[in-house]
Design a protein around this ligand. Structure first.
Ligand code: PMP
Length: 422
């Protein structure tokens, strides 16, 4: 197979060369993973170019696949109304905002998108950033400082961890979804800190499970900590109408101080946002480095996200279809004896294989059968919980879900022992 990711790059360089790149941390692991893939005769499952819109179905290398590897949860990326909104914004404003919004990158679509997102959470205000990842890095890194405390779920996304590191705050991880452990951490450490942040996600992307938001909100309140919830995989996925984890858990959204989300998943664009009280948003608008010193969100992306949000509001049946599909997938998989971990059956269902080699093999076997699903390997997850991760879509049919589960169970049963060959 053609190498598209510079696999030979590190091999050509001397790891001991101080001006080389081969000695960088992680290069050895990468080389080992590649060598293992080659020894097993597995094609690299990453960086495969998709030839059209990647939704419930996709086209790769001239062949059609059933696709379980896209965050296009509600099928809005590819919806002609979303594409038309983006094209109209290009016709009006061009592709780029061409400057930071603070100086001359502000366009009317920015405020319209922010008002619609604020309305989703019933918050006073919202601010949109150019990337979801950058939103967490810059906002967490900016709001907290060395005299502060960040108590976070052990499974929190890399962007949150990067922001926490940047802040210089003391960091304490608690076991996944364990609000009582979060409470103990705050009880032990809160008094020594000026400000504290309790940081969780609304819907965890590795396991597809959901936190007990009411419990976390009570913990944050009791210990005078801000509660921040990353809704990347929750908006449009959780709750009867897709408003997110607060709707799912029946919690007043004002219990959360900092709502964070991305525009890249359900909203079929690219970018991130923070929704909350005016004092928070106004502060970030004037001082968050990743906002002030970065270009404004591209107008077609803002317009696409705004249109996606309008469709989400008008067509909540998409959310019900997504949830029904995920629940069906999870329950069928369970009935076949597959290990779906803690999935809530809302949009993400892992199939835990138990070894990186086994997960890579299973992914390759399914790809050969016309099903695209990504393996999650060590070190992204512990080796014993290496898995395939299925992202469901509102646009999958029942027959497609049955086919995928059946194929997964069959391929797993057929695959040999998960050891590397001698
Ligand atoms: N937070 C979480 C929980 C995510 O899963 C992701 C991306 N997968 C991000 C933030 C970053 O968002 P984006 O990809 O839109 O930059």
């Amino acid at each position: 197979a053609q190498r598209r990711d510079g696999a030979e790059g590190a091999a050509e360089e001397d790891a001991a060369d101080p001006r080389g790149f081969a000695g960088l941390p992680g290069q050895r692991d990468l080389a080992l993973i590649r060598a293992a893939g080659e020894a097993l005769g597995l094609e690299n499952p990453f960086f495969r170019p998709h030839e059209g819109v990647a939704g419930a179905r996709t086209r790769i290398g001239g062949r059609d696949y059933l696709n379980f590897a896209s965050y296009n949860y509600l099928g809005l990326n590819g919806d002609p109304r979303v594409a038309a909104a983006a094209k109209a914004a290009i016709d009006r404003h061009g592709v780029s905002a061409s400057a930071s919004r603070l100086v001359s990158g502000e366009r009317p679509v920015h405020a319209a998108l922010e008002a619609a997102l604020a309305a989703n959470y019933g918050t006073e205000a919202c601010l949109a950033f150019v990337s979801g990842h950058a939103t967490n890095v810059t906002v967490i890194g900016h709001l907290l400082g060395p005299r502060d405390l960040i108590v976070h779920d052990a499974a929190i996304h890399n962007s949150c961890l990067e922001g926490a590191r940047l802040s210089g705050a003391r960091r304490v991880a608690f076991p996944h979804n364990d609000w009582a452990a979060a409470e103990r951490a705050l009880a032990a450490e809160r008094r020594g800190a000026r400000r504290a942040l309790l940081l969780i996600e609304g819907h965890y992307s590795m396991d597809g499970d959901v936190p007990d938001l009411a419990r976390f909100a009570a913990v944050a309140r009791r210990h005078e900590a801000w509660l921040m919830v990353d809704e990347a995989h929750a908006l449009g996925v959780l709750g009867a109408t897709g408003r997110g984890v607060f709707e799912q858990c029946g919690v007043d959204p004002s219990e959360v101080d900092i709502w964070m989300g991305t525009l890249s998943k359900t909203l079929s664009a690219c970018g991130g946002y923070i929704a909350g009280r005016r004092a928070l948003v106004d502060y970030l608008r004037h001082s968050a480095p990743g906002f002030v010193y970065s270009v404004g969100l591209a107008p077609p992306l803002a317009a696409a996200a705004l249109e996606s949000l309008a469709i989400l509001r008008a067509e909540p049946e998409r959310v019900r279809r997504l949830q029904a599909n995920a629940t069906l997938f999870r329950d069928l998989a369970r009935a076949r004896g597959l290990d779906v971990g803690r999935s809530a059956g809302m949009g993400i269902v892992p199939v835990i294989v138990g070894s990186s080699v086994g997960a890579a093999r299973l992914s390759a076997a399914l790809f050969a059968r016309g099903i695209n699903v990504q393996p999650i390997l060590f070190p992204a997850v512990p080796e014993a919980s290496a898995r395939l991760r299925f992202f469901l879509s509102a646009e999958h049919t029942e027959a497609e879900i049955r086919e995928a589960v059946q194929a997964t169970a069959a391929a797993l049963a057929e695959s040999g022992p998960a050891e590397l060959p001698e």
